[in-house]
Write a protein that binds this ligand. Structure first.
Ligand SMILES: NC(=O)c1ccc[n+]([C@@H]2O[C@H](COP(=O)([O-])OP(=O)(O)OC[C@H]3O[C@@H](n4cnc5c(N)ncnc54)[C@H](O)[C@@H]3O)[C@@H](O)[C@H]2O)c1
Length: 406
């Protein structure tokens, strides 16, 4: 085996939701790992054996990895045999990719990369980022890609809340800039991943990840469009989807108030931006999903007209159920738009969110919100919202964007 944990040093750049679990899992497998982050508080927190993000069991793994001396954090890049880039890849306001973090991390590596090293880009990236940015910026002059230094892309597919399990158990796709880059990366992942590791080229690996999330976005857009049609015709979209999914080759996803989070609502834009003339379907799906919050706001406004300044109870702020994540949340967007449009008093309940995370309005308990509201707008299907007694719901005007009170 090329990579023996006890004699291989790894440097992980970016210690967030992806980098920190990856670094700590590798340390528990016996690798000597240095994690690098540009934020001093992240570095200091980890070096105390503590964590700065919420993820089940991560505190235990990090404490043990730091305690064993195999994981440490630093503000500056350290010499290693393998470098893993796990920095953010957001989009700009115009939906173009912001690759400044990947560029910066790659430039930093140029100071330390030597012959024989492996560089892996884990961040979700637009097509050709690995070969045109990482391979060009990170490799010092005089060294060749595939001959001296190996460069690959291995996209992360973990689900927040299950990261420590999935980082090990998921199947992985590793794409090399050359076939031997792919082979080196595959050998490395096979030392700690229990799922299958599939080797391909870097562009195919980048596109695979983007296609996975774009497929979901397009399918959800279809469901969202269907939900609007169903409402116009007075039929139940969720029932229609359940019935259609009885067909052996149909699998429609569920409608909602839009699509949020920092993956599905972002990654399809990387495909659209790189081939704008050849991605009408992917772009339209993004637009359909991004327009759903306005549709919900208009529904609430229409129903509010039967009252004189109603109390409108909004249930849920996060982008998906039972997490405390507000990133790109359509539920949050809807609440903010309802407040801005001033059609009534907006009451908000989200049992997963604290006042530090959401300070626009006071947060209500579920009981108080149910007591006071005339209109209920279900935005995020957190578990407690399923158990609201039918007799209470029957007294209210309801907009149920997730179909949980049908
Ligand atoms: N979080 C997820 O569930 C998930 C799932 C799949 C893929 N991804 C992808 O993984 C990548 C990382 O996402 P994340 O959620 O871990 O982001 P994050 O924001 O949680 O963490 C990124 C970290 O990188 C640090 N950083 C920025 N520039 C740096 C640099 N030049 N050197 C060192 N550190 C630097 C930041 O300070 C931050 O702590 C993104 O491309 C994302 O799309 C994330």
């Amino acid at each position: 085996m090329t990579y023996q944990p006890e004699s291989t040093k790894i440097c992980v750049l970016g210690l967030g939701y992806i980098g920190l679990p990856t670094a700590s899992v590798l340390a528990t497998k016996g690798y000597q790992v240095c994690g690098v982050d540009v934020h001093s508080h992240v570095v200091e927190t980890i070096n105390r054996g503590e964590i700065h993000i919420e993820e089940p069991d991560l505190d235990i793994v990090v404490r043990s990895a730091v305690g064993s001396g195999r994981l440490c954090a630093s503000n500056t890049v350290q010499e290693a045999d393998i470098y893993m880039i796990c920095v953010p890849t957001p989009t700009n306001v115009d939906h173009s990719p912001d690759l400044s973090y990947v560029e910066e991390a790659s430039r930093t590596l140029r100071q330390v990369v030597k012959k024989g090293d492996l560089i892996i880009l884990e961040s979700t990236s637009p097509p050709k980022t690995t070969r045109e940015i990482v391979a060009k910026l990170a490799i010092p002059e005089g060294l060749t890609v595939g001959g001296d230094v190996f460069v690959a892309h291995c996209p992360e597919r973990v689900l927040p809340g299950r990261i420590l399990l999935e980082v090990v158990q998921n199947d992985r796709v590793v794409g090399g800039v050359t076939p031997n880059c792919a082979q080196k990366a595959k050998e490395f992942y096979e030392t700690f991943v229990s799922g299958n590791v599939y080797a391909t080229n870097d562009l195919a690996a980048e596109v695979t990840k983007l296609v996975e999330n774009s497929f979901r976005d397009v399918n959800i857009a279809f469901a969202n469009e269907l939900s609007i049609l169903a409402e116009r015709w007075g039929i139940d979209a969720w029932e229609v989807i359940e019935l259609a999914n009885r067909h052996p080759r149909v699998n429609i996803l569920t409608p909602g108030p839009g699509v949020g989070g920092h993956c599905i609502s972002v990654d399809p834009w990387f495909l659209v931006h790189s081939e704008p003339d050849h991605t009408p379907l992917i772009r339209t799906a993004r637009e359909v999903n991004d327009s759903k919050p306005d549709y919900i706001v208009r529904r609430v406004e229409a129903l509010a007209k039967q009252f004189n300044r109603p109390k409108i109870g909004c249930l849920g702020l996060t982008y998906k159920p039972d997490v405390d994540d507000l990133r790109c949340s359509p539920s949050l967007e809807i609440v903010r738009k309802l407040v801005a449009n001033d059609i009534g008093d907006i009451l908000v309940c989200d049992p997963l969110i604290t006042e530090e995370q959401f300070s626009d309005l006071p947060l209500f308990s579920l009981e108080r919100l149910l007591e006071e509201s005339q209109i209920l707008v279900l935005l995020t299907d957190h578990k407690p919202f399923y158990n609201i007694p039918k007799n209470i719901l029957q007294e209210k005007v309801i907009v149920d964007s997730r179909g949980i009170w049908r």
